[in-house]
Design a protein around this ligand. Sequence first.
Ligand SMILES: Nc1nc2c(ncn2[C@@H]2O[C@H](COP(=O)(O)OP(=O)(O)OP(=O)(O)O)[C@@H](O)[C@H]2O)c(=O)[nH]1
Ligand SMILES: [Mg+2]
Length: 201
Amino acid sequence: MKIKSATFELSAPNLAACPRLPLPEFALIGRSNVGKSSLINLLAEKRDLAKVSDLPGKTRLMNFFTFNASWRLVDLPGYGYAHVSKQERATFNEAVAAFLTRRDTLRHTYVLIDSRLPPQGIDIDFLGWLRDERVACSLIFTKADKQSKSATHAAIDRFRKTVLNDHVPEPTIFVTSSKTKDGRADLLAHIAAQVHSDHSR
Ligand SMILES: Nc1nc2c(ncn2[C@@H]2O[C@H](COP(=O)(O)OP(=O)(O)OP(=O)(O)O)[C@@H](O)[C@H]2O)c(=O)[nH]1
Ligand SMILES: [Mg+2]
């Protein structure tokens, strides 16, 4: 799929504030600092469409980006950021949970995982929650440029054996790098297939 346009649409604190015009939507979620905003910029081939930051936890709203005027990426607040007050965390978790389970236009959820880390408790918990809520997801292993291909494959193997063994069907796995653009074409093809089908979720 060729990207002809990519624009920021709006930020929403809750389900009621999400865009009204129904377009197929694809959620990106993962630990703070995993590379969600960088991935949006990679797909859009724009430098500053989504704010990239070394300070984790900057994105606290659900951010909607419209591609080719026909589908959206939704940058969801990163989980696992310790310095957000409990009160604040509770509200954004609720909004994210509502979005993932009740947003009619949500076609698919991509969970980003840092390819350099061993399976993290918070990722395992979140994937378990998605499985229990029957939210279909794929995994995106990010920052692949930071280590060798064999190290990335070993990390994915370990993740599949220890975390994904009770996920049926097993989520599709992508590997990306916002530096080398690896994985961009595969991910766009996966999205395109769902934009053009009526019933994926
Ligand atoms: N080398 C490398 N660095 C990356 C990659 N993706 C993200 N980064 C870096 O990781 C840091 C965090 O990236 P962001 O895209 O802001 O991460 P995020 O998940 O949006 O973070 P929050 O919005 O805080 O939850 C930045 O310093 C990025 O430059 C990648 O593929 N390769
Ligand atoms: Mg971000």
